[in-house]
Every structure is written in C-alpha cells, then in structure tokens.
Write a protein that binds this ligand. Structure first.
Ligand SMILES: [Zn+2]
Length: 225
C-alpha cells in the first residue's frame, strides 16, 4: 500500500476529542488530554498556550502547523539552526520549515530538559519493540487530532518532545531516560502566527520515557489571550 502520512494505522479517542469543530478553544478553560491520546487547538496570533504535566512524568509530543497552509509547520531541524542549540529555552523563537517564527517559548517551570531529536512514536516503532497488537502512538494521535478539526496531516514533522529526557552523549549516543520534570510543571508558548498546536500524551510504555513505572498519564492545557 502506498504510504500516506495523513492516515492512522488504528483508532482511539483522539479522533473524537476535538475541543470544537475548528479547534478554537474557550479562553481560560482547562482541557484534558486523556492518557495515550492527542488533541489539537487553534491559536490566533498573540494567544498563549499553557501545557501542564499533572503527574510530572508524562511526555508531551508537540507540533505546530501554520494555518491555513499546514504544509508550513514548526521544524525541529530548522530550530536547531535558528537557536544554535538542540534544546529550546524560554525566550527562544521556534521556527517553521520556511524559517519563520511560529511560537515563542515563554516559560518553563521544569529543569528544562526536553528532546528535539527523536521522531514521534508510531505503530511500527511499537511492533519493533515487540508489541503484538495495535499500540496507541503519537503519530496516529497527531493524525486523528487534526482530522477531528477538519485538517489533514501533510507530513510527519519531528515533534518538540516536551519533558522527554534523551541525553545526547559526546559521541552522539542517545539514551532513553525518565523525565526530570515534577508534578504540575508547565510550559507556555505565545503564538507568533495563526496556527494549530497539537499535543499528544505519549503512550510509550515499553521504554521509561514516561517514567520508570511506564504508566502513561494525562496532560492538560489552556489558552489565554
Ligand atoms: Zn509517543
């Protein structure tokens, strides 16, 4: 079968959890991202998005797509160049695959350890780890969260893996470690363009990236003006 980046390999509640028909939120309302699922939210320029980690050990795979043309999206590889760094910090502007600033990273209450190197998990990744049945995954959560608000995923960008702890050694080796974030940690972003942000509560329970107990948990988010 021809590969189509927009088509999920399975289904979960991400497909039916839209915050509204077009993804526009109610300002200051707290939205929950159920464990193992994803949700999309439409941001207007100037909106502030806060993503909270209630358990402290849950990773958030995070993407942003410019609207109406979602073929332009936040690109970690382009951020590496723009920031001269692989670790975004508060004050940094995150850029698209067209090298345009789309989000400003405003605030981070955690120790600031995140990942911008590792691809989002997908069904094939879990098969390779030994899963016998369909396993929820961030790539499908992204696809479904976008479909739920009437958009189609144009490609699978590398995510900003918030709170994911993947140390990169001097020789380039990476390792899969539990998050260093704590209960209630949050990050804030300002939309510098109209865009759709997508967050997936990563369902990874076959490596310790969501904590040594490998128990995926929920996330929360809210939007303010
Ligand atoms: Zn994941």
């Amino acid at each position: 079968m021809t590969f189509d980046p927009s088509l999920p390999s399975g289904q979960n509640a991400s497909a039916t959890s839209a915050v509204s028909k077009d993804g526009r939120p109610t300002y200051q309302q707290t939205y929950t991202i159920a464990p193992r699922t994803g949700r999309a939210v439409q941001l207007l320029k100037g909106d502030i998005l806060t993503v909270t980690n209630p358990s402290g050990h849950q990773v958030c795979d995070f993407w942003a797509f410019r609207i109406p043309n979602v073929k332009e999206y936040m690109s970690m590889a382009h951020c590496h160049t723009a920031l001269n760094n692989i670790l975004p910090k508060p004050g940094d502007e995150l850029v698209t695959n067209n090298r345009t600033a789309i989000l400003r990273f405003l605030e981070d209450t955690s120790p600031g350890i995140h990942d911008t190197v590792i691809a989002a998990c997908d069904a094939m990744r879990y098969q390779q780890l030994g899963a016998k049945e369909y396993h929820d995954n961030c790539t499908d959560n992204l696809r479904m969260a976008l479909t739920a608000i009437g958009l189609s995923l144009p490609a699978i960008p590398a995510p900003f893996n918030i709170w994911m702890n993947i140390p990169v050694a001097r020789d380039g080796a990476v390792s899969w470690e539990p998050p260093l974030s704590k209960k209630g940690d949050y990050v804030c972003f300002e939309a510098l363009l109209d865009c759709v942000a997508v967050m997936s509560a990563c369902p990874q329970d076959m490596t310790p990236v969501n904590g040594i107990d490998t128990q995926p948990d929920r996330l929360e988010f809210s939007v303010t003006k």
